[in-house]
Design a protein around this ligand. Structure first.
Ligand code: AHR
Length: 479
């Protein structure tokens, strides 16, 4: 029996935990989100209509851009003004392709406008100057008269945009400059000084955080700069066979399935341990842990550019998504934002495209099944949860959302929930895998889709569920 208890002290699950990340990498921005105004693919101001609609459907709350590793070699002034005059560059991290900068600041804010979400812009510390970062913030947010505001107006945008979140560098321990924690802590202090507030809204400043279990990084940043930051990031990817070999998205055995799910469960330890360090300096939990890169990272699909990080997405990815979101909910008092990597055509994508074709992945469907948890209050579960089962519950406006995942490959899990008051099931829907690598492709876009679920029995304040193997189910319950 699992008792579900609503404690008024429980945190709200920030909608920003459902954030996304779009880098100038492979076919994420170009082809995936942006096709240009002259494309035959239906678009509004260059943004793919089908992709924008799909992302709006899962209530995308925030989009991080332009990287990732790309952020620390991106010079924003190359991406403004007449497109024919924009300077080209080589995207050295991602396939060595030529970037024509046709998608820049104006295009990003147009995309954010169409999505109806918040902007999270990641600045360049690794190869950019303090002045360049300061001017970018001024260009984006200055409403009055200033050199950068005038430049923006000249380029067609009279009003400043709203930029809620700003990242001061990315992975500065690696692709963002190979810095030591001590050195980056000082750089962070210097760069963030010039991330000025030009408008009414305070910019939420995010310091570049640790890689996986680099607790020294978190300790150093918190000790030396905690009072100058609003958020501290954390990056963690699931590679079933390790960083070098990674493993295939589609071809794997049962052992690799479980390793993948267990590696997803490891996020709990990471958030707990980094959080404990943050607690030392910030017991009030003012500073958000910002997990702005997470998800599966497999070997790129055979026949594709390995630098483009294109991978298929199966019911196994759906398990990883659900397990990870459940962990973020559990730590909602500290995790203020998370951004799965990456939105379209890269790593654990929501959407895959091929020319005009688009397919929604099993991970997309998890975000769809989970959208009612956004900004809902966490409900705590007490009792023994069977092996290979992961669950979460929340409440908003008198409606309880309960999501349960069984990542066992064979066994149905019997779950018995007790609520504090009588409840009635308004909807029960979810994904059930038919095989470990069940997935959607352009010829079979609906192999894994959300279906109604009926294997449950409700009685007063009790709900019994026969949760099939390889499933993610969400219940909507009225009190
Ligand atoms: O998401 C792909 C890459 O992973 C990002 O560019 C980088 O920040 C991380 O190493």
């Amino acid at each position: 029996m699992i008792k579900l208890v609503q404690n008024q002290a429980n945190p709200t699950i920030s909608k920003y935990i459902y954030g996304h990340f779009a880098e100038h990498l492979g076919r994420c921005i170009y082809e995936g989100l942006y096709v240009g105004k002259d494309s035959e693919i239906p678009n509004v101001n260059g943004m793919r209509t089908d992709v924008v609609e799909a992302l709006k459907n899962i209530k995308i709350p925030v989009l991080r851009w332009p990287g990732g590793c790309f952020a620390d070699e991106y010079h924003w002034k190359d991406g403004i003004g007449a497109k024919e005059n924009r300077k080209m560059m080589v995207n050295t991290h991602w396939g060595g392709v030529t970037e024509d900068n046709s998608f820049g600041t104006h295009e990003f804010f147009e995309l954010v406008r169409q999505l109806g979400c918040e902007a999270y812009v990641n600045g360049n510390v690794g190869s950019g100057t303090v002045q360049e970062m300061q001017e970018w913030v001024e260009y984006i947010t200055m409403g009055g008269i200033s050199p950068m505001a005038e430049e923006r107006r000249k380029n067609g945008q009279a009003e400043p945009w709203k930029m809620k979140f700003f990242g001061v560098g990315n992975e500065n321990w690696g692709c963002g400059g190979n810095m030591r924690a001590e050195y980056y802590a000082d750089e962070y202090r210097r760069y963030q000084t010039y991330v000025r507030q030009y408008g009414d809204e305070k910019i939420y400043k995010i310091a570049g955080g640790a890689n996986v279990d680099d607790y020294h990084w978190t300790e150093t940043l918190m000790k030396n700069a905690h009072w100058m930051m609003d958020g501290l990031s954390l990056h963690y990817y699931v590679h079933p066979r390790g960083w070098e070999e990674k493993g295939s998205a589609l071809e794997f055995d049962e052992a690799e399935w479980y390793v993948t799910c267990e590696k997803a469960e490891y996020m709990d330890e990471l958030v707990t341990r980094h959080g404990t360090i943050m607690d030392k300096y910030d017991p009030e939990k003012r500073i958000g842990m910002i997990v702005d890169e997470w998800g599966t990272w497999f070997t790129a699909e055979p026949g594709t550019n390995p630098g483009f990080l294109y991978q298929q997405n199966t019911i196994r990815d759906a398990m990883v998504a659900a397990i990870t979101l459940n962990i973020f909910h559990k730590h909602a008092d500290r995790v203020h934002m998370a951004n799965i990597a990456q939105t379209v055509n890269v790593l654990q994508a929501m959407i895959l495209t091929d020319g005009a074709k688009m397919v929604k992945t099993p991970s997309y469907h998890v975000f769809d099944l989970y959208k009612d948890h956004q900004d809902a209050q966490l409900i705590t579960g007490f009792g023994e949860v069977p092996e290979h089962v992961s669950m979460t519950a929340s409440e908003k406006d008198g409606v309880i959302t309960l999501s349960v995942t069984n990542y066992d490959v064979h066994e149905t899990a019997a779950l018995d929930f007790a609520f504090e008051t009588p409840v009635s099931v308004k909807a029960a829907r979810g994904l059930v895998g038919t095989e470990m690598n069940a997935h959607n492709d352009f010829d079979h876009p609906e192999t894994v889709t959300i279906q109604d679920f009926t294997a449950y029995r409700e009685e007063g304040s009790n709900l019994q569920i026969s949760l099939p193997a390889m499933s993610v189910i969400t219940f909507t319950l009225a009190k």
